[in-house]
Design a protein. Structure first.
Length: 97
């Protein structure tokens, strides 16, 4: 199970992005990160924008509530979600666990 931590600013967790996928989806877990497949290419911030939009949709929050706080230029990222607890995030991204 991926570690999702509560902080004063919101819940934080690691994400591994797989760009240029066939569809946007949560593809499982890789180590201690949530694997997210995105159709966007990893150029000019398009994959980061797609990651934020997709996670906001999955979590039911606004795009401004989702922030990439580390790893903007790589596939491994750390994401913060304002307004949700770690438990709420876990229930939404891993509903059957």
């Amino acid at each position: 199970m991926i570690p999702i931590r509560d902080t004063a600013q919101g819940a934080t967790f690691a994400v591994k992005v797989h760009p240029r996928a066939k569809k946007n989806a949560v593809s499982g877990e890789v180590g201690e990160a949530l694997k997210v497949s995105l159709t966007a290419p990893p150029v000019e911030g398009k994959a980061n924008a797609a990651c934020i939009a997709f996670l906001a949709e999955v979590l039911g929050v606004s795009r401004s509530s989702v922030t990439i706080i580390a790893g903007e230029t790589g596939r491994q990222k750390v994401v913060r979600v304002s307004g949700l607890s770690a438990e709420a995030v876990r229930e939404k991204v891993i509903p059957n666990k």
